[in-house]
Design a protein around this ligand. Structure first.
Ligand SMILES: *[C@@H]1O[C@H](CO)[C@@H](O)[C@H](O)[C@H]1NC(C)=O
Ligand SMILES: *[C@@H]1O[C@H](CO)[C@@H](O)[C@H](O)[C@H]1NC(C)=O
Ligand SMILES: *[C@@H]1O[C@H](CO)[C@@H](O)[C@H](O)[C@H]1NC(C)=O
Ligand SMILES: *[C@@H]1O[C@H](CO)[C@@H](O)[C@H](O)[C@H]1NC(C)=O
Ligand SMILES: *[C@@H]1O[C@H](CO)[C@@H](O)[C@H](O)[C@H]1NC(C)=O
Ligand SMILES: *[C@@H]1O[C@H](CO)[C@@H](O)[C@H](O)[C@H]1NC(C)=O
Ligand SMILES: *[C@@H]1O[C@H](CO)[C@@H](O)[C@H](O)[C@H]1NC(C)=O
Length: 475
């Protein structure tokens, strides 16, 4: 079976799959057995006098076998395979790599296993760094990738001098999201550079990787490209409401090549969700300061004003997050009221992050895939608009809302601003918000004609339900 030349392609593949399956089952059984052992021994007997060194050996054995298998799989000549087999190959490599990672993490992180590994080696291991073995295993994971930089990146880096680092760990576990394995080609392209040289102008590739789950991205050892002639930004008393200097942005990957183009009301700017957001003078100035979206027919609006909202918790709202597509106007207005807001957005076809930074506000370059980088119960307010909308999967929305709930402090405000959805989905979305059991401070649901006729997810229908919700955390 190991000799590709003597067998037909399909015969070999069947063999490979069979072995993979058997290995998978073995790995699963060992995981279960190990868990049972750990728990039964340490929890119920109090001590661990079972023969664990045998277990440790078996696990190492399985890890070795999976590694051999992975190596064989990677050696298969990819060019000759059909598309489907190629996809299957990637799928199985990923699958094996996952099993391998979990087997190894079991070996690494379970203190009992850790101890075993050292005792199992007999005497003479005292001087060896506790991570040296782990490092070897992680090197094998690194072999999944071909480009040297990414291999170097994913290897565990033991601390020098054998001490714990400031985070209390014995090494640094630089990580990349597992979806990176599915985007091997793109990630390798991303990491294919000359150390110490300039990086390519490839933020778009980086964003593509992030949006597709390869998040966080690895660090790189090259210099990022900067605008050729960077002029110093405007002072803060001017920068908030002025279009920045065009020279302070690299325009190569945007359809518009200057801020005037982004601010003008012409079409085809390469993004649609926030077509007027760069028009500070007309579109942005009144937002959250005066009612702009008054519906002539129903004489109703889904807009709340910042002043109204802050009044609810007068003097309590100091820091927060704005998770929206936009140029930071919400943060600018809040800044004027002495509230510090960081604006999370990615660059959807326009330099949103650069714009926010040039206005003198803090941009947070973050996709929705990621857990928020804040500790539990810390923020006073979370505001979101044009972002969570009728496109979002209910389960995803659940995960997002729970995460927001996590970082919001007791008594904090969650401001879901102008949430659009189809009328038939309304109840389901309402349920998702009700699940939080927040007190409603302000809450309107207004039927509305969609005013952005171009927005893709509204094309099918003319009448929409819009709701704006402002909710209090806790009871
Ligand atoms: C554990 O297994 C090893 C061989 O794998 C054997 O040499 C040792 O005697 C066993 N110890 C116990 C306590 O059973
Ligand atoms: C880190 O190293 C210390 C001593 O060097 C050791 O006691 C500890 O178990 C190690 N921790 C891990 C997670 O390996
Ligand atoms: C901004 O502040 C600087 C000094 O802090 C001042 O010279 C300048 O005139 C101010 N600009 C505006 C538009 O107020
Ligand atoms: C902003 O929009 C208004 C009205 O649509 C327009 O008159 C103005 O020129 C725009 N601003 C810029 C900088 O293009
Ligand atoms: C956009 O510009 C056109 C003229 O080019 C003008 O007729 C239209 O009213 C403008 N739209 C907005 C929203 O300002
Ligand atoms: C709209 O409602 C406000 C109060 O909410 C009222 O004062 C105003 O007269 C109404 N306008 C029209 C045209 O009905
Ligand atoms: C913000 O803080 C400054 C300095 O502490 C103060 O002068 C100003 O009145 C405050 N603004 C508001 C709206 O509270």
């Amino acid at each position: 079976m190991r000799n590709p030349g003597s067998l037909s392609k399909w015969g070999m593949w069947r063999g490979v799959y069979g072995l993979i399956f058997v290995l998978g089952v073995v790995a699963l059984m060992i995981s279960i057995a190990t868990l049972i052992r750990f728990y039964s021994l340490s929890l119920f007997l109090g001590t661990d006098n079972g023969n664990d060194s045998e277990l440790g050996k078996t696990i190492e054995d399985v890890i070795r076998k999976i590694n051999v298998e992975l190596k064989e799989l990677r050696k298969l000549s990819v060019d000759k395979l059909e598309d489907e087999s190629r996809r299957e190959r990637v799928r199985y490599i990923t699958f094996l790599a996952e099993i391998l990672t979990s087997m190894e993490s079991m070996n690494v992180f379970h203190p009992q296993m850790d101890r075993l590994n050292w005792e199992g080696r007999g005497t003479g291991t005292e001087g060896v760094h506790p991570l040296s073995k782990t490092t070897q295993e992680s090197d094998k994971v690194a072999e999944f990738f071909l480009v040297e930089e990414i291999r170097k990146y994913v290897k565990i880096k033991p601390n020098r001098l054998g001490r714990q680092n400031f985070m209390g760990a014995n090494g640094t576990f630089t990580s990349i999201g597992h979806a990176c394995f599915l985007m091997k080609k793109e990630l390798e392209e991303f990491m294919d550079y000359d150390v110490g040289d300039f990086c390519r102008d490839d933020w778009k590739l980086a964003q593509l990787l992030m949006v597709h789950g390869c998040d966080p991205l690895p660090r790189r050892r090259c210099f990022s490209r900067a605008p050729k002639l960077y002029s110093k930004p405007f002072p803060i008393n001017e920068s908030l409401w002025k279009l920045p200097d065009n020279r302070n942005v690299r325009w190569s990957h945007y359809r518009c090549k200057n801020f005037a183009c982004l601010a003008s009301n012409r079409t085809g700017k390469g993004f649609f969700k926030c077509a007027d957001c760069f028009n500070l003078t007309h579109h942005e100035v009144p937002r959250w300061k005066e009612i702009v979206g008054l519906d002539a027919n129903s004489n109703s609006t889904a807009d709340f004003l910042i002043a109204e909202v802050l009044e609810i918790k007068a003097g309590e709202i100091r820091i927060g997050l704005d998770f929206s597509v936009g140029t930071g106007t919400f943060a600018a207005r809040m800044r004027e009221l002495n509230v510090t807001i960081v604006s999370a957005t990615i660059n959807l076809g326009a330099p949103f992050n650069e714009m926010i930074a040039l206005r003198g506000l803090v941009p947070l370059y973050l996709t929705i895939n990621q857990r928020l980088p804040f500790f539990d119960n810390t923020l006073d307010i979370i505001h979101t608009t044009r972002f969570l909308d009728g496109w979002i999967d209910f389960q995803l929305l659940d995960f997002v809302l729970y995460d927001w709930d996590r970082v919001l402090r007791p008594g904090g405000l969650l401001w879901i601003d102008s949430f659009f959805c189809l009328h038939k989905d309304l109840e389901d979305y309402l349920d998702a918000f009700r699940m939080l059991r927040y007190r409603k401070h302000k809450w309107v649901i207004v039927p509305k004609l969609d005013k952005h006729g171009q927005e893709v997810f509204f094309l099918c229908c003319t009448r929409e339900a819009t709701k704006a919700i402002l909710i209090l955390y806790g009871v």
